[in-house]
Write a protein that binds this ligand. Structure first.
Ligand code: RUQ
Ligand code: CUA
Length: 688
């Protein structure tokens, strides 16, 4: 079969090792289809082998290289803000080049810049469990105004210990992290409303509530009675971006997976996919695939907001951390919050409905007009598209099937716009372009399928290498997609790159969607395992990028604004070094009078007032990572004097021709020694 001769699912270009994996993931109803594919596949392999096929398909040749080539000195057209999955962080990639510019540390300690190691950044990783060094990021959301990107912030979730973070797109730094109480497995998160009114986060695991008065020590087998799922609405301050958990909605135990806000006509609603409507607690692989349909949960959040305002929510007393970075003090603070309003989905009549959705839905995506809601059942052989208008009508006409634990279930046929037939296997996520088309990732059949949301006709398909998860169309989740590129984030790369032992890199593949047919342009390795990503035109971010911090605005309590103020102070067994860094020396760079067992705090201020001149600081035996101090900033490294002698310190960032000279010594004497505290630079060492 020649490529793209037919728009029927076609699997002839995958290597043999992929077949068995595919078949394992199929349900009975799909086996016949899969067998046909497998037969075709083995035929293809016998004929041509898999390598040549790969080459043919990748090299959509002629001009692909040119289209991704950004000549030296020129900038990329888009920023791609990409979740790092199990790296715990976020990466910033240029498109179309695929070049990695930065990793933004968020939920994982990051030794490269001291995130989570410096005294100022430690509070950012605080939680009700204490300081956590790692988490798992899944989804990126960019801030919006009137349903369009506004280039202010990126938001990202942590999945394991439920938190949501806000990243400034001016400094590319994490500015805020809030923990979500009454929640476990923060997967359906963070998703955003049209004007960044709320960031919304749904829990994947139902758990017994452990708030005031509740006893969470219950048998796991009492899931149906005792386990609850929670969706959190986090209010975002329109000026500062600061978070507040405005309210939560408690649901019967079901697994919320993904979500999207309504837009335009459906603004005011939120849609969540959920699986495990069976409410099982073991071997979900089998037990949670029994029901033919799970649900898309539709929530009228504007109505919920009103109820909370009217004082109708129960106040749940719980402890959760709220960490805020202050750009003036260059420091984070962590506050433990104590309560959150909770609504019960069963009791808020008229605000929550369930739409049946086939086969354990994963992705739940709304189109740019807000008319359609696409559910992607991981095990379904079709893609159901729901109509917002029909949903509103079905609610008005009371077209209910039944109720699910007290929540009305709408009739499938009454809310369905239609089904995309034979889209491929294992639909996961859908994105939208600027011309009104939809693109769905097919995990099992490793391809992207382009279709028309109005007619539900498949228009084009392109293979990915392999097992694609999320897609990103630039501006895809907004009301005004930028289009042009689609990036496929693949889970498995197998034979695509030079092998690196048992672990292979995940990959991103850049696909040109400007024409009728999709064209693969490039694939490039990623950091960690990207789940979702967003892309935004560079022109919306680049002009606002912060170049340095103004030293006169530095309000760090231990700032040293000029070299003449550099000093060493002892209080008990704590020694505070107020140090400056400027090309190419530290002041002071000779320090004496420290004693064995002292806790030494190096408060280093980078006095540079110029773009791209960070200084690093580290001292031998440091149990923290280095500091990487931006121009105008102050950061603190804590170090314990654990042996007598003279210990060197140096700058780790190549800052000038004399960077290698940017070094110094600290003398440690025995406890009780009479060596006076003495410090200096040049020969000005003064005794104190
Ligand atoms: S997920 S690959 Cu964590 Cu968004 Cu679907
Ligand atoms: Cu400062 Cu190298």
């Amino acid at each position: 079969m020649a490529r793209n001769d037919s728009l029927e699912p076609e699997l002839t270009d995958h290597p043999p090792n992929h077949t068995s994996q595919m078949i394992m993931k199929l349900t009975q109803s799909q086996t016949r289809f899969a067998l046909r594919c497998a037969l075709a596949l083995s035929g293809a392999v016998m004929f041509v082998g898999c390598k040549p096929q790969n080459l043919v398909n990748t090299a959509q040749t002629g001009g692909a290289a040119e289209k991704v080539y950004v000549p030296p000195g020129k900038h990329d057209e888009f920023y791609n803000i990409v979740s790092g999955g199990f790296s715990g962080n976020v990466s910033v990639v240029g498109l179309p080049s695929g070049r990695l510019f930065r990793q933004i540390p968020v939920f994982a300690q990051f030794p490269e810049c001291g995130w989570g190691y410096s005294e100022e950044t430690k509070p950012m990783l605080n939680t009700s469990h204490g300081q956590l060094p790692w988490d798992d990021t899944h989804h990126i959301t960019l801030s919006m105004t009137k349903g369009e990107h506004d280039g202010r912030w990126a938001f990202v979730n942590s999945n394991n210990t439920p938190r949501v973070a806000r990243i400034s797109l001016k400094t590319f730094r994490t500015e805020e992290i809030i923990e979500l109480p009454n929640c476990a497995g923060n997967h359906s998160s963070p998703f955003i409303t049209e004007n960044t009114e709320y960031i919304v986060a749904g829990g994947r695991f139902a758990v017994p509530y452990a708030d005031e008065g509740a006893n969470p020590d219950v048998p796991i087998s009492s899931y149906k009675e005792n386990f609850k799922s929670t969706i959190s609405f986090i209010k975002v301050d329109p000026q500062t971006g600061h978070f507040k958990v405005a309210f939560q909605i408690m649901f019967p135990g079901m697994d919320f997976d993904l979500a999207r806000a309504g837009k335009g006509k459906s603004h005011g609603w939120f849609f969540f996919s959920c699986y495990n409507s069976e409410q099982v607690h073991t071997l979900l692989e089998v037990n949670a695939s029994q029901n033919d349909k799970d649900f898309i949960t539709a929530i009228n959040w504007k109505g919920c907001e009103e109820l909370v305002k009217a004082g109708k929510a129960r106040i749940s007393r719980v402890k959760y951390a709220h960490n805020v970075w202050d750009e003036a003090t260059h420091s984070g603070t962590s506050t433990i919050e104590g309560e959150v309003p909770v609504l019960d989905a069963k009791q808020i009549k008229g605000l929550v409905y369930l739409m049946p959705c086939p086969k354990s839905p994963h992705g739940c995506d709304t189109d740019p007009t807000g008319s359609y809601i696409v559910g992607s059942g991981k095990l379904a052989a079709i893609i159901p598209v729901f109509s917002f208008d029909k949903m509103v009508k079905a609610i008005a006409d009371k077209k209910f099937d039944s109720d699910y634990d007290g929540i009305p279930v709408l009739k499938y046929e009454e809310v369905l716009h239609g089904e995309v037939k034979k889209p491929g296997l294992g639909p996961l996520h859908t994105e939208f372009d600027d011309k009104g088309f939809a693109y769905t990732s097919m995990f099992v059949s490793s391809e992207v399928v382009k279709w028309d949301p109005k007619t539900l006709q498949v228009i084009d398909r392109i293979p990915t290498y392999y097992s694609v998860g999320h897609l990103c169309v630039a501006g895809g989740p907004t009301m005004k997609p930028h289009g042009k590129y689609l990036i496929a984030y693949n889970k498995i790369t197998k034979d695509r790159y030079l092998p690196t032992g048992p672990e292979l890199t995940q990959s991103a593949q850049l696909i040109d969607i400007s024409g009728e047919k999709m064209k693969m342009l490039l694939d490039f390795p990623t950091v960690g395992e990207p789940h979702y990503a967003e892309a935004i035109p560079a022109s919306m971010i680049e002009p606002n990028s912060v170049k340095f911090f103004k030293i006169e605005e530095n309000k760090h309590p231990q700032v040293t604004k000029s070299e003449k103020d550099a000093r060493v102070e002892r209080t008990g067994n704590q020694v505070h070094v107020f140090m400056t860094a400027i090309r190419s020396h530290f002041a002071p760079d000779n320090i004496e009078g420290v004693q064995l067992g002292d806790e030494v705090y190096f408060h280093v201020t980078n006095l540079e007032q110029d773009w791209d001149v960070p200084h690093g600081f580290v001292i031998k035996g440091s149990k923290a990572a280095e500091l990487l101090i931006m121009p105008g900033e102050t950061q603190t490294l804590k170090w314990t004097a654990d042996r007598v002698g003279v210990t060197p310190f140096y700058c780790t960032d190549f800052c000038s021709a004399l960077h290698q000279e940017m070094q110094g010594y600290l003398r440690v004497s025995p406890q009780g020694s009479t060596t006076p505290v003495k410090f200096g630079v040049g020969d000005t060492a003064a005794a104190h």
